[in-house]
Design a protein around this ligand. Structure first.
Ligand code: TRP
Ligand code: SF4
Length: 392
């Protein structure tokens, strides 16, 4: 089966990326014809202002992928912007992709939603008005979601009901309705994100796309674009399926999902001491205050991570000893740190080897890009022909 997937180069990868994405790629590359690429154009859709770290991020990603065992002997590894045909296909897809498919795309709405929400929250908190995030989110969700436009009337009434001064409410509504918030992503490029993604996938006639759940709407649009193309012109594209895989639950140091933006991540490139320090700052069962208090491992981020990195037998022991206060959190964390370091050890060694001669490994991507381009080229010839375009 032909598999395609991409990742935006937004910085070094952490354990969450490993257990959420890379672990699946490692499996797939043994069984399928895989194309994995660095989606640098997609990174530009919302980070176009300052591109100074783009090259570093790509290099970082190359090293991260190769160090975990993504293997150029098995998979075709390339850089999106090296295959210009993606852009041509995206342009052609844009001709017949209805705006409404993109406007209703939940990913797009999520981004907007978050920006609006953050604005209101920061505004109110700046005025020392403390309203629980939950209530605020709820109101905002109702005013915004499932709708094409924001329901300003609802928003206004709800904020007034909460006792917020009329002046402030008017100010909030005005700022949002004038369209100043989220302006940065109100671009043609960002709006067309799913169209470019569809081109990335369909240009290789992929049948499977390993992605996270958040990407399902994009895969759906990809399928719709494929169908529409096939109906309008000629049967050229298969309808790819998303490949979702159950991933083990991994938490960041603060107990939330591991994410760069929460500053709670452990990176694949962290050294031993950094990992240990990070683990030692991890949140534990908040009810367990004194060493003699029994703990509840099920709600403890340290324990949840033990389930990934620690041998089953020892996990069982910890489970018991935590509940009976036989083990202290410091010792428990030390075990976790040791095991994460044991897991990262071979990855670190490979990294050292790669960094010795990075140009050799960059070459791997250059070769991969050439191979990808050859395949993309064949598809584009077919596309141009079916659309009655010149082949010059
Ligand atoms: N949108 C994806 C993400 O944010 C990245 C991506 C771009 C992608 N093009 C793709 C994923 C094609 C799969 C297939 O994670
Ligand atoms: Fe969490 Fe371990 Fe402390 Fe129990 S002993 S609360 S599992 S860190």
């Amino acid at each position: 089966m032909r598999i395609v997937s991409g990742m935006r180069p937004t910085g070094k990868l952490h354990l969450g990326h490993y257990f959420g994405v890379l672990i699946n790629w490692l499996k797939l590359q043994d069984e399928h014809d895989c194309f994995f690429f660095i989606a640098d154009w997609h990174a530009l859709t919302n980070r176009y202002k300052d591109t100074s770290d783009l090259k570093d991020n790509i290099r970082e990603m190359i090293i991260d992928w190769l160090s975990v065992g993504i293997d150029p002997q098995k998979s075709t590894l390339f850089i999106q912007s090296g295959v210009k045909e993606h852009a041509e296909l995206a342009l052609l897809f844009g001709m017949f992709t209805p705006k409404s498919w993109l406007e209703l795309n939940p990913t797009y709405k999520d981004m907007k939603f978050n920006l609006f929400y953050q604005y209101i929250r920061d505004f109110l908190y700046g005025k020392q008005i403390k309203i629980s995030e939950e209530i605020l989110r709820d109101i905002f969700f109702h005013a915004f979601y499932h709708k094409r436009e924001i329901d300003f009337k609802y928003l206004k009434n709800k904020l007034l009901e909460l006792g917020i001064k009329e002046d402030y409410v008017r100010h909030i509504v005005k700022t949002i309705s004038e369209g100043d918030i989220g302006k940065e992503i109100d671009t043609y490029g960002f709006f067309g994100y799913p169209v470019l993604q569809a081109a990335d996938i369909l240009i290789y006639k992929a049948e499977g796309v390993p992605v996270g759940e958040d990407q399902l709407p994009h895969i759906e649009i990809t399928r719709e674009i494929a169908r529409r193309f096939n109906n309008l012109y000629k049967e050229v594209f298969p309808e790819p399926e998303a490949i979702l895989t159950e991933t083990p639950k991994l938490l960041g140091t603060d107990g939330r999902k591991m994410s760069k933006s929460y500053n709670n991540a452990i990176y694949l490139s962290d050294d031993e001491d950094t990992v240990t320090q990070r683990v030692m700052t991890m949140k534990t069962d908040p009810q367990r205050i004194r060493r003699t208090d029994p703990g509840n491992p099920e709600i403890c981020p340290v324990f949840i991570n033990h389930k990934i990195f620690t041998d089953e037998k020892i996990v069982e022991n910890i489970n018991l000893e935590c509940r009976t206060a036989q083990i202290g959190c410091v010792d428990c964390k030390k075990i976790l740190a040791k095991n994460i370091n044991r897991f990262l050890e071979p990855i670190r060694n490979k990294r050292v080897e790669i960094e010795k001669d990075i140009s050799e490994y960059e070459n791997v991507f250059i070769e991969g890009t050439k191979k990808a381009r050859e395949i993309a080229d064949v598809t584009m010839k077919e596309v141009r022909k079916s659309m009655n375009l010149y082949e010059i």
